[in-house]
Design a protein around this ligand. Structure first.
Ligand code: NIG
Ligand code: FE
Length: 416
């Protein structure tokens, strides 16, 4: 199957080389070609360039795009998409004045989600998760990471990760398959019965969950929620080390409410990314600057919980590689819409539209180690794209917050 787009108003995020994440001033550049063509074949980008230099390519379908901007799709490097139930009651409690931490300490929060998930069959979970996947793909997400962490028992953690694996195999309801990376987050919270014996739960993660997960090849990464009342830095390191023995690299939840020194520890442990980063101290910047670890901010979570926003511009100024993701989950971020993340990044974090788009595409691809196949318009990469309605410029996407400006999403060279 081949498609040819001609007279494209602007083809954005065109790059020949993408082997390192963007840092510093590189984040300010969003390379594009005005009046461009783009040729897709067998699900891949085969050629692109200026219309002036265009030599006819054989294509089954040809589209005139003189009113349209075409870009690579968004990459969501942090989600908890497989969950059993929404948590509107806690949302109302927060409106009445309870904090996220207070709700959690009363047995709400993650433990509430785990209780609901335990009762749900794998089939039901799969169907629900697939409908969420359909929805985010329609909103422009063309690759995604999905975490476990609402299981907190051997059986339930495996149930979630098997659902993730089925989503990868089967794709959306209409069988559009996007790359999915899977992350084991058994260390998301301590189940009530282990509150007084934390070691026993950590042993369960290390001695029972991890070997089974590794045996079934159910995870690419390992994650820990390192936070007061959750996992300490020391506990995080022990779990990451155990994961590493099975070849699982780290992507961790750190600095959401408190700066505990987890960033430095995670960077030293070779983490692919550190995520959240709402609360940052000077030593956290130092640890990240010059490291290979990607700093992933989750502005929808700050928006929904009323938290500080991660200081992304300061990080970029210090040459830290920054990406953006949704954190889609029922407790802190009941939305996987990266168009809204784009708006928040610009409106609330003061990122320029160029910086934010780089953070949502090529740097997000690095946060999932998918930079060789996604994140830019590059010959040989997957044809996973967004085609926008007749908008003024890239700034129109975040500017039109809450509105649908995507006309078509393309996955593996097919309209979804
Ligand atoms: O990334 N912070 C930890 N985990 C999730 C939220 C978990 C929940 O409330 O269900 C997050 O925000
Ligand atoms: Fe999260």
């Amino acid at each position: 199957m081949s498609k040819l787009f001609i007279n494209i108003k602007e083809l954005v995020q065109v790059r020949e080389h993408t082997n390192t994440p963007l840092r510093g001033k590189e984040m300010d550049e969003l390379p594009s070609i005005k009046n461009a063509f783009l040729w897709l074949e067998d699900g891949l980008i085969k050629d692109y360039g200026r219309m002036d230099n265009y030599h006819p390519h054989p294509a089954q379908e040809v589209y005139d795009c003189s009113d349209q901007i075409i870009t690579p799709g968004y990459i969501d490097s942090h989600t908890h998409l497989v969950f059993a139930a929404t948590r509107e009651k806690e949302f109302e409690d927060r409106i009445q004045g309870l904090s996220y931490e207070e709700i959690a300490s009363r047995g709400g929060g993650i433990l509430n989600s785990a209780a609901a998930l335990e009762k749900m069959t794998e089939e039901e979970l799969f169907e629900q998760a697939r409908s969420r996947l359909d929805q985010v793909v329609a909103q422009g997400t063309v690759a995604i990471e999905i975490k476990s962490g609402y299981g907190l028992s051997v059986a339930s953690e495996l149930k979630i990760l098997r659902v993730v694996s089925r989503l990868r195999e089967s794709g959306t309801t209409s069988h559009h398959k996007i790359p999915i990376k899977s992350t084991f987050l058994g260390a998301h919270a301590f189940p009530l019965k282990y509150k007084k014996d934390r070691k026993a739960y950590i042993n369960l993660i290390i001695d029972e969950m991890l070997p089974k997960i590794a045996e079934e090849h159910l995870a690419d990464y390992i994650d820990v929620f390192c936070e007061q009342n959750y996992f300490t830095v020391k506990e995080m390191l022990r779990i990451l080390e155990a994961g590493s023995a099975y070849g699982l690299k780290a992507k961790v939840h750190v600095n959401q409410f408190n700066a505990l020194g987890a960033i430095e520890a995670a960077v030293q442990a070779g983490a692919v990314s550190v995520d959240h980063l709402e609360v940052m101290q000077a030593s956290d910047f130092t640890a990240l600057a010059g490291s290979r670890t990607i700093a992933t901010a989750l502005p929808s979570c700050s928006f929904f919980l009323g938290l500080e926003y991660a200081p992304v511009n300061e990080m970029i100024e210090q040459d830290i590689a920054v990406s953006l993701a949704s954190d889609y989950n029922p407790g802190s971020t009941p939305s996987g819409n990266l168009n809204f993340v784009y708006s928040l990044a610009c409106i609330k974090m003061n990122m320029s539209p160029q910086r934010a788009f780089n953070a949502l595409t090529i740097n997000a691809a690095h946060a999932l180690e998918l930079q060789e196949e996604l994140g830019s318009i590059t010959i040989g990469k997957k044809a996973n794209l967004m085609i926008f309605k007749n908008i003024e410029s890239m700034a129109s996407i975040p500017y039109n917050f809450g509105q649908v400006v995507i006309d078509q999403v393309v996955v593996n060279g097919q309209f979804i």
